[in-house]
Design a protein around this ligand. Structure first.
Ligand code: MLT
Length: 316
């Protein structure tokens, strides 16, 4: 029989997963605690469960003298100090791609919301005002969609764009002849990032946040986009220089933006006051289907690690 481990859950995960895990282990749920409390919680934990809302820094890892695993109930690991985990022998796993369809559908929702001014129209109707000409925006059919990053999420977004009759361009980090052939068969044109920015009506960012993608889109990149184009970011706030984005949106250099980022990542609150911006609080993966699947896989991998084995999706 496995021992009852102490599992500390720091970001919302599905109720079924918690109930399942709670049969074998002792669960403490503290959603997004302040850093001091996090240190206290880590001191006593065998496992920490996070999504993207909590930073697992080196001091948290070092405080966890009995810590065996940090489980990322999502795809990225940018909020976890992997070097500290390696040094302390703490296993880390994530669940790449599980939420990709959900995130891609949110990207589509943001594209529609921002191009057709859905949120603005909603506010106008509720406020008793009708300014239909202000609400006009392009249909997506026939427009050019540029997808930056063709991992599971970007690939789904490209598929949705094609299904809508959009022309799809993609910028990928490591092209190969096989990949190019696959893209050709899917009618996706691979282009360098600069070309994608200047040719797209909608640019959709679907890259993980890493040292290499931090501020990937800054003033110079935004200047390449044409003034009727839109930027959608379903990755993380840090991929875009938000000061530069604010300047582009207020000067008319860009038509609008849809951003699915954490509130705390949006260092530019003024973005939220603009009518041509739709902001959501990093809810791409927050679909019931995705969270159920994530929950099941999370429980399986946690059980393996706590029983002394390796997680299927071990990162380090
Ligand atoms: C992911 O990487 O899948 C998401 O960021 C998870 C989340 O909702 O935090």
């Amino acid at each position: 029989m496995t021992y009852r481990a102490r599992v500390v859950v720091l970001d919302p995960v599905s109720a079924d997963a918690l109930a399942d895990l709670g049969r074998d282990h002792d669960i403490t749920v503290r959603i997004q605690p302040a850093h001091e409390e996090l240190l206290e919680l880590a001191a006593d934990a065998d496992a920490l469960v996070v999504r993207s809302g909590v930073r697992i820094t080196g001091d948290v890892i070092r405080r966890g003298s009995r810590l065996k695993v940090v489980a990322r109930a999502g795809s990225g690991t940018d909020n976890i100090d992997l070097a500290a985990c390696r040094e302390a022998g703490v296993q880390v796993f994530n669940l790449p791609g599980v939420s990709a369809p959900a995130v891609a559908e949110l990207a589509l929702g943001l594209m529609l919301a921002v191009t057709r001014n859905i949120a603005l129209a909603d506010r106008q109707v509720r406020g008793g005002a009708w300014n239909k000409p202000q609400l006009a925006g392009p249909v997506l059919h026939g427009r050019v969609l540029g997808v930056v990053g063709l991992g599971p999420i970007g690939s789904h977004i490209a598929g949705l764009g094609l299904a809508l009759g959009m022309r799809v361009l993609a910028a990928v980090e490591r092209p190969t002849p096989e990949r190019d052939e696959e893209l050709r068969l899917r009618h996706i044109e691979r282009v360098p990032l600069d070309d994608l920015l200047s040719r797209s009506d909608i640019v959709c960012l679907a890259v993980p946040l890493t040292a290499g993608t931090k501020n990937l889109v800054g003033a110079a990149e935004l200047a390449r986009m044409h003034p009727r184009s839109y930027l959608i970011n379903v990755s993380r706030g840090g991929v875009v220089d938000e000061e530069a984005l604010l300047a582009a949106l207020t000067s008319g250099a860009l038509a609008g933006a849809g951003l699915d980022v954490h509130g705390r990542e949006s260092g530019t609150p003024a973005l939220g006051a603009l009518d041509n911006v739709v902001l959501t609080p990093h809810i791409g993966a927050t679909s019931t289907d995705a969270q159920e699947r994530v929950g099941r896989l999370l429980v399986d991998d946690l059980r393996s690690v706590l029983a002394g084995a390796d997680a299927t999706n071990r990162v380090c």
